[in-house]
Ligand binder design. Structure first.
Ligand SMILES: Nc1ncnc2c1ncn2[C@@H]1O[C@H](COP(=O)(O)OP(=O)(O)OP(=O)(O)O)[C@@H](O)[C@H]1O
Length: 599
């Protein structure tokens, strides 16, 4: 219960902050809607009693009934109007506020939390559900449940007032099944919600599979490999299995509901009989009018009960989603030190760095130590999965070392502010993002502060060779990329890679980190880029991850990563003389090139 109050405090806080008036309007509306029930009973009673009286004495006077008829019509219309206003308008409006303002707050928080939360399944669930389920829960909790609960409570009070006048025990009979009904519903429904929760993980896996079946990038491969039917089969089998399990739960739920409904139905009959008894025994506070008016309401007792119970019970379920919101806000923000200066030159030092990914036991880095002097360029090589990209992620502060230190110009990396770090490093990963934005924006994301610096964007594009295909684009730098929009243009992998490179050249950052920057370029383009590279990166400190060992020649030194350690270190010639891992790797590639030449 405390959690529910806490959640409503949070929601009313949003309401107060973003739409104060709406908050008040909802409460006023709910109170009016609640009052309509007892007022309706009174009006119905009066109309029937007066009509019967007139008929008895044969002096039917329509005039005296007109105000009552008008009130009757107003109540009937108002009921519908208030319901539409509440569920059709206020509810949507509040959700829109949540979707825009609160989601904006969530996005801002997401931009600050440590990157590691996006790579751990447990925390990914929290992020996913905060974004997807939270605003839906909010819509239900407010205004829906609030209106539902307030309206039903006030209606019930009206009911109690009318029936208590007949005899003190009549409202008790009315309320008698409420508590066992609430209790049974609580236990069973709670179970049912627990079952639903278990399916989140399975549903997520299915959703990911469904995404493969409808997303352009995946469909191409499925067509080529003809794996479409196989994936559809898996998807269908999973869904059928899930639905069967779910069906069992629904059946159980339906059976339980039969019992609840029976309790309510028996209550309805008992209360109707009580009203009849009151009428037949000439109870002074009963009349035919009241009997008919109350009977109508008693028949709707189920709605009244669910109006009281559903908001309470469903609120319990919604708390799970609201809890995701709290957990999300408990995520630590990326550490940001106090040093705001961006040095012109950077020296990088890893000192005995150990690292394992959060939630895993295996050390990916096992005591890595090295130093890259200012302005020097190194190649980082090693077999797949040796931890090259991981090392870059650590250098960027996306993850923190499990132990050991990373220093920039002899200062701990953590001591630099986040902003400074962003302005020091220009990283390009293998899986860089292809934004459905204009070419200009796609380049400028590398240093978004320079989005309007046309000269810088052009220079970055020139350095990365983007200008070589610029003439093919319909609107030059303003061309929309990707085919998500009708006017969008598709580019080749190599062309995209050049754009990604251009991002790295934005903002004149002192340290460039390139993770396989030329893997998609054709050999001539790659060779040319290497030629130009020294000029482009000039005095910048650079780390160059590559599997094409020929490219290591443009760097000053080569580090070979093996079993989480720098196993070899030196120039190309030194490592070749050493005849270790690098020597073997280089020779295997050399022989491959030779064979190809022979062909
Ligand atoms: N978020 C993560 N959680 C757990 N393990 C991870 C995560 N990301 C990567 N790994 C693991 O870390 C190891 C190193 O991965 P990394 O991408 O750094 O290798 P790499 O040397 O860059 O490989 P490649 O040459 O294939 O790009 C791999 O075994 C990988 O499975």
């Amino acid at each position: 219960m405390r959690e529910i109050f806490k959640a409503y405090k949070l929601l009313f806080g949003f309401g107060k902050k973003y739409c104060k008036l709406l908050l008040y309007k909802v409460f006023i509306l709910a109170i009016i809607a609640g009052l309509l029930a007892p007022v309706g009973i009174y009006i119905d009673k009066e109309i029937i009693n007066r009509a019967l009286l007139s008929a008895k004495f044969n002096n039917f006077e329509i005039k005296s009934l007109i105000p009552l008829f008008i009130a009757f019509a107003i109540i009937a219309l108002l009921k519908q109007f208030l319901s539409d206003l509440s569920y059709g308008y206020y509810s949507q409006k509040f959700q829109l506020v949540i979707r825009t303002k609160v989601r904006g707050e969530l996005l801002e928080k997401a931009s600050k939390i440590k990157y590691e939360y996006f790579e751990d399944e447990k925390t990914v669930e929290i992020i996913d559900r905060t974004f997807n389920d939270f605003d839906n829960s909010v819509r239900l909790l407010f205004p829906m449940y609030v209106v539902y609960f307030l309206t039903s409570s006030i209606s019930l009070v009206g009911f109690i007032v009318f029936t208590a006048k007949q005899a003190w025990w009549v409202p008790l009979v009315l309320l008698l099944p409420f508590f066992p009904y609430l209790f049974l519903q609580y236990i069973k429904r709670y179970d049912f919600y627990n079952v639903i929760e278990k399916y989140w993980k399975k549903d997520r896996i299915n959703d990911i599979l469904a995404e493969y079946l409808k997303s352009r990038n995946y469909i191409r491969e499925q067509r080529i490999f003809n794996s479409f039917n196989y994936l559809i089969d898996i998807y269908e089998q999973r869904i059928i299995k899930r639905n069967k399990e779910f069906e069992k739960e629904y059946k159980k739920y339906w059976k339980d509901n039969l019992i609840y409904n029976l309790i309510i139905d028996i209550t309805i009959v008992i209360n109707l009989l009580i009203q009849l008894y009151m009428l037949l025994t000439n109870n002074p506070n009963t009349s035919i009018g009241l009997f008919i008016a109350l009977s109508g309401q008693i028949l709707g007792l189920k709605g009244l009960y669910s109006g009281l119970i559903v908001p309470i019970l469903s609120s319990v379920r919604q708390m799970r989603y609201i809890n995701f919101y709290y957990k999300f806000y408990e995520f630590e923000n990326t550490k940001s030190g106090s040093i705001n200066i961006v040095p012109k030159e950077i020296e990088i030092e890893f000192s005995d760095v150990y690292f394992k990914y959060p939630g895993t036991d295996k050390y990916i880095l096992n005591g890595v130590s090295f130093k890259i002097p200012k302005g020097k360029k190194i190649s980082l090589v090693g077999a797949n999965g040796e931890g090259k990209t991981t090392l870059i992620k650590l250098l960027l502060g996306l993850f923190e070392p499990t132990s050991g230190h990373i220093l920039l110009n002899n200062i701990l990396l953590d001591d630099y502010s986040e902003e400074a770090r962003c302005n020091i490093f220009a990283p390009i990963f293998q899986d860089f993002y292809k934004y459905s934005l204009s070419l200009k924006e796609n380049i400028a994301v590398g240093s978004i502060d320079n989005i309007d610096n046309y000269k810088m964007i052009c220079e970055a594009a020139e350095s990365a060779g983007v200008t070589q295909f610029l003439y093919k684009l319909p609107n030059s730098y303003d061309s929309q990329l990707n085919r998500d929009f009708t006017e969008g243009v598709d580019l080749s992998g190599g062309q995209w890679q050049r754009i990604a490179l251009a991002r790295a050249f934005m903002g004149n950052k002192p340290c460039i980190l390139l993770d396989e920057p030329t893997s998609q370029l054709d050999p001539m383009a790659e060779a040319k880029l290497y030629e130009e590279f020294s000029n482009i990166i000039k005095d910048k400190t650079s780390i160059f991850i590559t599997h094409r060992l020929a490219s290591t020649k443009i760097t000053d030194k080569i580090f070979v990563l093996k079993d989480g350690k720098i196993e070899e270190e030196g120039s190309h010639d030194e490592l070749m003389t050493h005849m270790g891992i690098y020597y073997d790797m280089f020779n295997s590639q050399r022989s491959w090139y030779k064979e190809e030449n022979i062909c």
